[in-house]
Design a binder for this molecule. Structure first.
Ligand SMILES: *Cc1c(COP(=O)(O)O)cnc(C)c1O
Length: 372
């Protein structure tokens, strides 16, 4: 079993962020950094717009996506306070829960996941996509009702679980909110902004866009942009909440950083609400078609829950509302979510579409006729 303490390394916050209250002094290295940036010839872009992609879907393999950056700080905090367990919560196919389970296994921490779904029996828990990896990583899973809310349902249950672990084992359990978006997790994307500076992003681009869920990615990037006095447009393509949520969440983050009232949501980031479509986790045929088109034409894979909706929304917004952007040079941050492609919903789509494109050929043994 890994000795978690051995993974801690010293961390120096960037000079523009070291005044923030409770700035971290240690992290664990979980992600392959810096992630690369390259040109992305997305279909459907208006004339003159250039999109580049930052590959945060390449922070790792099973341990991949934007949550890995947050976990570098969250799990360091857990280890520093001598917790042997971590608990977090999310949807049944949560990328954040999967990343926490994989990282905990790597670091030798015991992982507890509260997954929201309405199954009646443990054997009905899905074991495809992220939940397969949760289970392969040895996470303890607690199924909670799908409609559970963070503050009124999930936090009290996480408290009760941590207390029960303490009573049974005498060991501490570190609690991480949905998506890892608290004041510790936000450092993942404050640190990422510093990486972006090193890649010359403030000079090379006018705008940054990315899929926005629990808000930590947006807040880290927006605070980096604000504190460095860069003038990039920061656009969160919203897939799971509404403006009021981000407003309140940001106010709380600012309060905890000792920046209460210093800035407002609209001053530092733009919430683009169109991409949410039918609602969190619900796909339209247009979205699934778009995911297929992008992978066929560019070799970049988008997932149905986050990045597929976000990129479709970005292309639409660039067309219909160009004045929302500061310029024509856009950096899209690919936040990962690859295992969401394997949750089942793309299978039927692919079966029908690939068949109708006549891309599958039968070539029986003994046949001397080339099918093409
Ligand atoms: C969690 C997640 C997001 C949203 O990030 P937040 O920091 O929660 O806003 C975007 N894309 C993917 C693939 C994710 O898993």
């Amino acid at each position: 079993m890994a000795v978690a303490e051995e993974f801690l390394t010293p961390y120096n916050p960037p000079s523009w962020a070291c005044h923030l209250k409770d700035a971290p002094s240690q992290k664990v290295s979980l992600a392959n950094l810096p992630t690369p940036i390259h040109r992305w010839y997305l279909p459907g872009l208006p004339e003159g717009v250039e999109v580049y992609i930052k590959r945060d879907d390449m922070t790792g393999c099973a341990l991949t996506g934007n949550k890995v950056r947050k976990l570098e700080f969250l799990l360091a905090a857990a280890i520093q306070e001598n917790s042997k367990h971590v608990v977090t919560c999310g949807g049944v196919q949560s990328n954040h829960c999967r990343a926490t389970a994989v990282a905990a296994a790597q670091l030798g921490l015991k992982c507890h996941l509260m997954l929201k779904s309405d199954i009646q029996d443990a054997k009905d828990l899905s074991s495809v996509g992220n939940t397969l990896l949760d289970q392969l990583s040895g996470a303890n899973i607690y199924n909670v009702p799908k409609k559970s809310l963070l503050n009124s349902d999930l936090i009290p249950r996480m408290d009760a679980l941590a207390e029960s672990i303490r009573k049974r084992t005498g060991e501490k359990c570190y609690k991480i909110p949905t998506g890892g978006s608290d004041n510790v997790g936000v450092w993942g994307y404050i640190n990422a902004f510093s990486e972006l500076q090193g890649q010359g992003v403030a000079e090379r681009f006018d705008d940054i866009a990315f899929a926005c869920g629990s808000g930590g990615t947006a807040e880290g990037l927006a605070l980096g942009n604000y504190l460095t006095k860069s003038s990039l447009g920061i656009h969160g393509l919203v897939v799971s909440a509404y403006k009021q949520y981000y407003k309140e969440h940001l106010e709380n983050v600012l309060l905890n950083f000792g920046m209460e009232g210093e800035v407002k949501l609209a001053d530092i980031f733009d919430t683009v609400e169109g991409p949410i479509g039918l609602g969190y986790g619900l796909s339209t045929d247009e979205e699934l078609e778009f995911i297929m088109e992008v992978s066929q034409k560019t070799g970049i894979f988008l997932d149905p829950v986050y990045t597929g909706k976000a990129v479709l929304g970005l292309v639409k917004e660039l067309k219909s509302n160009p004045s929302r952007f500061h310029g024509n040079r856009i950096l899209y941050i690919h936040t990962g979510g690859v295992f969401g492609m394997f949750d089942g919903r793309l299978e039927d789509k692919v079966k029908n579409d690939v068949l109708s494109q006549n891309n599958i050929h039968l070539w029986p043994s003994g046949s001397d006729q080339c099918p093409l």
